[in-house]
Design a binder for this molecule. Structure first.
Ligand code: ACO
Length: 376
């Protein structure tokens, strides 16, 4: 047996051609292209094509891929009634985990695991997750549903269905950049969950459902909501330093900081910080942005020596708030983006599959007596 590594730190468990991370230098590339170049020049749809195909699309290929996704903006018959029967106070991450799982029952062939079938299922989930989120938000708020508009991109259409109004070009671009930045990230916990599930030859829906369950945790994607809760708890910019130092002295974690792989600045946070500042200025939320930078400054003095810097979730909280997203949709929006990564990893795993089955170090007793019930 190889050495035990708690939390699987340092264990290489898969091969990928999708994303590369250098945690010391703060580098992230999708298929070799620096994340900053994609954030500036690409779109979410093009980025997903890149991740799934290992190359950028030609114009006609991107048009065909985009059209294919848009065909799936509408929910399958029966899904809307299912959604409208959910408790209105259900948490959106529980809702989306459940409804992605439910989509499998509206598929004639949910277990098809050949590459073209996996792609078809991936595209349909990618198209439908934003609709499920927007419909659920409007339903729980007592507002009429807004049907998807297939002339719009995933980012634009999501904001349109959520708010019943087309987003401004700035907001649509900001949303799209967030989706690009969150699309894939090596063998993070939720991606590992997806690959582990499909390695049993289960199905795309089960793999994505498991990944959503993983992403929800506050140590993973759930941290972006934790950041917003923290920002709301801090009454002013001046109060940020004491708040952070008090938490650190109690050995509490500061949400949105630290990463298993990055021991320097997360390059996604670099871009989100710029975006957050611009949107905060546009929307009159500079106090929120300044609270964030005050937290970052305190963390830099207190713990940067340990390699703890802002991660992707820190400035995405301010960004999402400025885009106008409700707090409990922050992590679900991460789902929209990461379906691109998860599905790509599922396809990659099935291209060269071997069942994931790690070992465990047994620490219990041996040859213990079976004590009859009356004598215990
Ligand atoms: N605030 C304060 N201290 C921290 C933080 C933090 N956010 N993160 C790590 N540390 C400290 C730990 O207390 C520990 O200190 P010690 O050695 O003195 O005991 C040391 O850094 C190592 O921390 P671990 O939790 O062991 O590191 P690990 O690699 O297991 O955890 C994790 C990484 C879970 C992301 C961690 O940094 C954390 O909990 N961060 C806050 C939650 C968060 O933002 N998660 C989102 C990550 S990005 C994503 O998943 C999309």
């Amino acid at each position: 047996m190889t050495a035990y590594s708690k939390g699987l730190e340092g264990v290489v468990a898969a091969e990928t051609k999708m994303s590369f991370i250098d945690g010391e230098k703060g580098v992230l590339e999708y298929v070799g292209i620096p994340i900053g170049d994609l954030a500036k020049n690409s779109t979410f749809e093009e980025t997903v094509f890149l991740l799934w195909n290992g190359r950028l699309p030609k114009a006609a290929e991107l048009a065909a891929f985009t059209a294919e996704i848009r065909k799936h903006y509408e929910l399958p018959a029966g899904m809307e009634q299912r959604l409208l029967a959910l408790p209105r106070d259900a948490k959106p991450m529980h809702m989306i985990r459940t409804m992605v799982s439910a989509l499998s029952m509206h598929d004639q062939n949910p277990d098809a695991n050949d590459a073209p079938s996996l792609r078809e299922r991936a595209i349909s989930i990618l198209g439908r997750v934003p609709t499920l989120l927007a419909y659920f938000h409007r339903y729980r708020s007592g507002m009429p549903l807004v049907r998807p508009d297939t002339s719009l991109s995933i980012a634009e259409n999501f904001l349109y269905m959520l708010n019943a109004a087309r987003p401004t070009a700035t907001m649509a671009k900001a949303m799209d950049v967030c989706l690009v930045l969150h699309a894939d990230h090596g063998l993070n916990n939720s991606t590992f969950s997806a690959r582990s599930v499909i390695s049993t030859q289960s199905d795309m829906y089960s793999a994505i459902t498991a990944a959503i369950g993983s992403l929800k945790g506050p140590l993973h994607g759930g941290a972006n909501e934790g950041v917003m809760v923290m920002l709301n708890e801090i009454p002013s910019v001046e109060a940020a330093e004491k708040y952070v130092l008090d938490k650190l002295s109690r050995k509490d974690k500061i949400m949105g900081f630290g990463h298993r792989i990055y021991k320097s600045y997360d390059p996604r946070a670099t871009h989100l910080k710029v975006l957050a500042k611009q949107l905060a200025s546009d929307t009159g939320n500079m106090a929120l942005y300044e609270k964030s930078t005050a937290i970052e400054k305190t963390m830099e003095t207190a713990v940067a020596a340990k390699g703890i810097y802002p991660n992707v979730d820190f400035y995405s909280a301010t960004t999402y708030h400025c885009i106008g997203l409700p707090l409990d949709l922050f992590t679900p929006v991460f789902v929209i983006a990461r379906v691109g990564g998860w599905a790509g990893h599922v396809i990659e795993q099935m291209g060269d599959n071997r069942l994931y089955r790690p070992d465990v170090l047994y620490k219990g007793p041996h040859n213990a007596p079976y004590v009859p019930m009356a004598q215990r």
